[in-house]
Design a protein around this ligand. Structure first.
Ligand code: PMP
Length: 351
């Protein structure tokens, strides 16, 4: 039996669930609604040629790291690039987390913290968020003191709730953590606040970022991690040698250099604020304030609303079966047209 051969930690895991439904308005996965800019498409064959597809990619992503260094305001040596930030969460587990170690994370939050902890054979501990999904710093510090975790994840802004945690609060938690404190800044650009400036002071601080959201290239799988040289050195030891292909490295570089994300970012932030105000006006909808590119809502019968939105060609994220997100749906901010269609449809459904 193949099942008898499978690692104990893996045998009961389920596949990562993605909704394969095809809708005109894809507002379920916090991607960018914008295609690559035309000028990059126009130069794509040249970009690919220069990336030299017949030879292995640069395992250190040197050129891309140089551009990220300028963008993020940190030394290139303090950056490691991953095949999406998922790859880097996995890398943290591979280099730092042993069986019996505890890993803490907020709940609800990004599901992969728990899943990669389970794959590592370690012990995941979800720390429930407080009222209206706010972080409760005292509860986190208590849990840190109780479990002495190897890794603590904070997600700021938090996916899927959209709320944030102040830098002072992050520092309070950081001061109590003896393991690594990972601040997942996947949605940093939509928020504007970062703890990158603290890496010189705290060698155990790790920051995760991604090109999948504001940078708009989720399909090309590029993420990066910022930390002390000590942490980065250990991550290189377990990294797959050629984890990011040369085309993704080259296109990510072009996107960063083009600066196109800046105006798109302003557009999404202004649409998010508009969408939030409109959602609040709909009877029966509770909208949670968000510093990211999505908005969480609560309605009376989320599954029904989810299905009815699909009938209107809109796919949002449902959380069926999640005890923390009962009757919640997450809407990714789209173009003005998509957001209008969503508002109009939701208003009709909620009547
Ligand atoms: N962290 C958070 C908080 C996320 O929401 C996501 C994507 N949904 C990721 C990490 C992973 O992003 P990627 O692997 O595309 O870089």
């Amino acid at each position: 039996m193949i099942k008898d051969l499978v690692r104990r930690d893996v045998v009961n895991l389920k596949n990562y669930q993605v909704h394969m439904q095809q809708c005109k308005y894809k507002m379920d996965a916090n991607e960018s609604p914008f295609d690559l800019p035309e000028d990059i498409y126009a130069r794509l064959s040249e970009v690919i040629r220069n990336a030299r597809p017949n030879i292995y990619p640069d395992p250190l992503a040197t050129r891309l790291r140089g551009a990220i260094s300028a963008y993020a305001g940190v030394n290139a040596d303090n950056i490691i690039v991953g095949n999406g930030s998922d790859d880097l969460i996995h890398g943290i587990m591979n280099s730092f987390v042993e069986r019996e170690d505890f890993v803490l994370y907020p709940e609800p939050s990004f599901s992969m913290y728990r899943i990669y902890t389970l794959i590592a054979g370690a012990k995941p501990i979800g720390i429930p968020l407080g009222e209206d999904f706010q972080y409760h710093v005292g509860t986190f510090i208590e849990a840190v003191n109780k479990y002495a975790p190897k890794v603590v994840f904070l997600c700021v802004p938090n996916n899927p709730t959209g709320n944030v945690l102040s830098k002072e609060a992050i520092v309070d938690i950081l001061e109590s953590v003896k393991g690594l404190l990972v601040v997942d800044e996947a949605y940093y650009e939509f928020y504007g606040e970062t703890v990158v400036d603290l890496i010189g002071k705290y060698p155990n601080l790790v920051i995760l970022r991604t090109f999948s959201k504001a940078m708009g290239i989720a399909g090309l799988r590029v993420g990066y991690l910022i930390s002390s040289n000590e942490v980065i050195d250990e991550l290189y030891k377990t990294k797959s040698p050629y984890n990011i292909n040369s085309v993704s490295q080259a296109v990510a570089y072009e996107v960063l250099k083009s600066g196109i994300y800046k105006e798109r970012l302003n557009y999404i932030i202004s649409e998010r604020n508009r969408l939030f105000n409109r959602l609040k006006e709909i009877k029966g909808v509770k909208a949670y304030p968000s510093a990211a590119n999505f908005i969480l809502i609560r309605v009376a019968d989320a599954e029904k609303v989810h299905q009815k939105l699909i009938e209107k060609d809109i796919l949002v994220r449902s959380f069926k079966g999640d005890p923390y997100l009962n009757d919640c749906l997450r809407i990714t901010v789209g173009t003005a047209e998509a957001n209008e269609h969503l508002i109009k449809s939701l208003r009709e459904i909620m009547q």
